[in-house]
Design a protein around this ligand. Structure first.
Ligand code: NAD
Length: 492
């Protein structure tokens, strides 16, 4: 059963789909997707649960989230196994990154729920006291992608419910497993029925119905920029709040004073993490010309050492990509770049032999591609790094900013001045200095430009899920208010 509504599993009343194991190409599971009526039921359940949940004290909601963190910890092995089975990502990633990251998020938002920020109450307008209330928005409808199914579910659900909202979440139709388990764990932890609901199915049917739903007060979406634009247009019909976490094309800028070995290792790890299916993955390495040859040689050498294989084997570094069609899309970018004159210094092909049946692709380094070519400008979303040389610092910053995206970036340098300049002038929601990828629950994650707006994680994301209300109480005792005289004069 693949819907979780009002505290129980249900069969969807929509069409069926087949989940394919990306590592083997074999059918793994038949999924019963939601119908529009199932989405309506989920919104009704979230609406019914809202008054009691939003009426709890922040401390009571925090207690529930701490119990959820403990419950997720108890189920860590199962969550990791399902995450790897449905995505093809390595079991090391699921065990050491996805599951603990989500548990930490639950614990973080338990604390953050008790720390809502705002202006101090005070007498700003003469003899009147103003105060700010932060209130839940209502029923949140969220839509998540397939690359980090559990973490994305956590990033959507946890701040929303911590702030007193209830939620209906649609995971990717490819990867509903761990999102359903998260909802089940929340129920086991004592979160009331209807606070967290999960509907599964394709975007155009289930997702659009959720976004359009008049009972949903806010849409929070993580996914591609193309679908984000569509969501924003649909949300305009009901003028609902939109939070968009979209695609990325992170630059990785290596200045000539950088620690070359640190940069090369950072580039490989940053490019192949999660099969490169990471919106912040290192995709464009701009390397100052004196280091370019040594950097690309070392990256190619390290990429050739990456162990591609069975995602469930703890020794595997790079598992399968999400689907065979996606693997072919990644390969298409590399093949077209090669045809246009680029050179491939590592990878550039799917492995053969025992891995041929799965959606695998080797870590790939491309050089001699043009800055305006599609492999530099568009999201490949695979384990593919393109390296380009630059001469001046001005050029590096300009190249780093030269895509429609602005999600994340890194600069590699031992110079304080260059570090500060890169952190100021690169247009991205996150700039790492001498690192790439590291995230933490306390710090915001979100985009500039076509990478969207709004923040996940951190206290900033809690703010996304609240309305700010100004309450003003007059302290005048009589019938007069000082400003009335400006508008009309009582003449007798
Ligand atoms: P996608 O946009 O194809 O799908 C994302 C979700 O939207 C899925 O649940 C899908 O079913 C749903 N959807 C598709 N069409 C829809 C429609 N018309 N209406 C409503 N819902 C619809 O993205 P994907 O391929 O699942 O994920 C990869 C993308 O996600 C990449 O672009 C990646 O950069 C992005 N991403 C961004 C972040 C971030 O934080 N900015 C994080 C992870 C992934």
């Amino acid at each position: 059963m693949h819907q979780y509504i009002a505290g129980e599993y249900r069969d969807g009343r929509g069409p069926s789909g087949t989940r394919i194991d990306p590592a083997t190409g074999e059918a793994a599971e038949t999924l019963r997707y939601a119908s529009p009526a199932d989405v309506d039921d989920a919104v009704a359940a979230a609406t019914a649960a809202l008054p009691a949940w939003s009426g709890l004290t922040p401390g009571e909601r925090a207690d529930a989230l701490l119990r959820l963190a403990a419950e997720l910890d108890r189920r860590a092995d199962e969550l990791a196994a399902v995450e790897t089975a449905q995505t093809g990502k390595t079991i090391r990633m699921s065990t050491e990154f996805d599951v603990p990251g989500t548990i930490d998020n639950a614990a973080f938002f338990a604390g953050a729920a008790r720390q809502l920020q705002g202006l101090a109450a005070g007498e700003y307008a003469g003899r009147a006291t103003s105060l700010v209330r932060r209130e839940p928005v209502g029923v949140v409808g969220s839509i998540a992608p397939w690359n980090y199914p559990l973490q994305m579910a956590g990033w959507k659900i946890l701040p929303a419910v911590a702030a007193g909202n209830t939620i209906v979440l649609k995971p990717s139709e490819l990867t509903p497993g761990t999102t359903l388990l998260l909802a089940e764990a929340a129920a086991a932890a004592g979160l009331p029925d209807g606070v967290i609901n999960v509907v599964t199915g394709p975007g155009p049917s289930v997702g659009e119905h959720l976004v359009r739903h008049p009972g949903v007060a806010m849409t929070s979406f993580t996914g591609s920029t193309a679908v984000g634009r569509r969501i924003m247009a649909l949300a305009a019909e009901t003028a609902k709040r939109v939070h968009l976490e979209l695609g990325g094309k992170a630059p990785f800028v290596v200045f000539d004073d950088a620690d070359l070995e640190a940069a090369a290792r950072g580039a490989v790890a940053g490019a192949i993490i999660n099969g490169g299916q990471d919106c912040t993955a290192a995709t464009r390495a701009y390397v100052q010309r004196p280091l370019f040859a040594a950097f690309t040689a070392r990256v190619a050498e390290l990429m050739d050492q990456v162990v591609v294989g069975d995602p469930t084997d703890p020794e595997t570094d790079l598992g399968a990509l999400i689907t065979h069609a996606h693997r072919d899309k990644v390969a298409g970018f590399v093949d077209r770049a090669r045809a246009a004159g680029a050179r491939v210094l590592a990878g550039g092909a799917a492995p053969d032999g025992a891995l041929a049946a799965g959606a695998f692709y080797r870590p790939t380094l491309v050089v001699d591609a043009a800055q305006d070519s599609e492999i530099v400008q568009r999201e490949v979303f695979g384990p593919v790094l393109v390296a380009l040389p630059f001469d001046t610092d001005d050029e590096a910053i300009a190249l780093a900013n030269d895509t429609p995206y602005g999600l994340a970036a890194s600069a590699w340098t031992t110079s304080l001045a260059r570090s500060l300049r890169a952190s100021e002038e690169i247009q991205a929601g996150c700039v790492w200095l001498n690192d790439h990828i590291t995230i933490t629950s306390e710090m915001p994650h979100g985009g500039y430009k076509a990478s969207g707006f709004g923040k996940d994680m951190s206290a900033y994301s809690l703010e996304e899920y609240t309305n700010v209300k100004h309450v003003l109480a007059s302290r005048e005792s009589g019938p007069e208010r000082p400003w009335h005289d400006t508008v009309f004069r009582v003449r007798r």
